[in-house]
Ligand binder design. Structure first.
Ligand SMILES: [Zn+2]
Length: 286
């Protein structure tokens, strides 16, 4: 699987007002989650959660089977100086912790199946290696994962996401040794994904670069985007599910409610009149 995620990472960074180091961490996680989701049949929702002790506090990303992803971090303003290689020090803001992966399926056909959950300790904190470790350890799939986000400065000092994307290669059971060795060699020689994307590479070009002389067939192509499921109606539904006392206090003390979606940072303002209606309905239902 390969993806070019420049626009969606830029959207995530703008929505959450992240530091460049957080943009790199969140962008890699969003891209890795999309790639992981792309390899699953009949998936409704894949959630990747990084629970960690570094200043970023935690990262959550959620993708569906249609190329849509959303995500957030606990502390979007976390930062650290560039590392010894002159790159964003993602490891420094992530620290130690655990990577959790949850697959859910069946709800679109009205058949909710028990979610599949797996987790591994973070071995690197640089995200790509952690995804690869998860696949090999928890799902017994030897894999190579490359994830990158390139932030560049404009002449006026502003910054922008010049390239973001990733490649995920999973070795299927029964792959012959010669293929695996050829793959390992070509992956080692592959330039960084962001270098290729800057030069205009599309996902198929990324695969070609990573697979070298190995021949491949494209099974499917789809658009990817940052997309959230929140709405004003959902905000009202959340309030309806609260206790009468809570709704009453929002109405009488706050004269309204303000709710912000974690995933996309959109703020919903619920008016006094809407709260009064919700309260009336809730009181009637007892
Ligand atoms: Zn949202």
């Amino acid at each position: 699987m390969a993806a070019v995620t420049t626009n969606l990472v830029a959207e995530a960074a703008a929505r959450h007002k992240t530091t460049h180091t957080v943009t790199a961490a969140l962008g890699r996680t969003l891209t890795g989650t999309l790639l992981l989701a792309a390899g699953v049949k009949e998936l409704d929702r894949l959630t990747v959660q990084i629970d960690c002790n570094g200043p970023i506090g935690g990262i959550t990303a959620e993708a569906n089977g249609r190329g849509q992803v959303r995500g957030y971090v606990r502390n979007p303003r976390a930062d650290a100086p560039l590392n010894a290689q002159g790159k964003f020090d993602v490891r420094a803001i992530v620290g130690e912790g655990t990577l959790y992966v949850t697959y859910e399926s069946g709800f679109e056909i009205g058949l909710y199946r028990e979610p599949y959950r797996g987790s591994v300790p973070l071995i690197s904190g640089e995200i790509a290696e952690d995804f690869a470790y998860y696949l090999s350890k928890s799902e017994q799939i030897p894999s190579a994962v490359m994830l990158g986000v390139l932030v560049r400065a404009r002449a006026n000092g502003d910054h922008f996401i010049e390239a973001a994307g990733g490649i995920m290669i999973q070795i299927m059971p029964g792959a012959d040794e010669q293929t695996v060795r050829a793959l390992e060699e070509s992956v080692k020689r592959t330039p960084q994904t962001t270098t290729l994307i800057r030069r205009g590479a599309r996902p198929a070009d990324l695969l070609q670069a990573a697979l070298g002389d190995l021949r491949f067939e494209l099974l499917e192509e789809r658009e990817v985007e940052f997309a959230c499921t929140c709405s004003h109606e959902r905000a009202l539904a959340l309030i309806s599910a609260m206790s009468l006392a809570e709704i009453r206090s929002m109405l009488e003390e706050d004269r309204g409610a303000v709710m912000t979606c974690h995933f996309c940072n959109t703020t919903y303002r619920v008016q006094e009149r809407e709260l009064a209606e919700i309260l009336q309905r809730a009181e009637k239902e007892g």
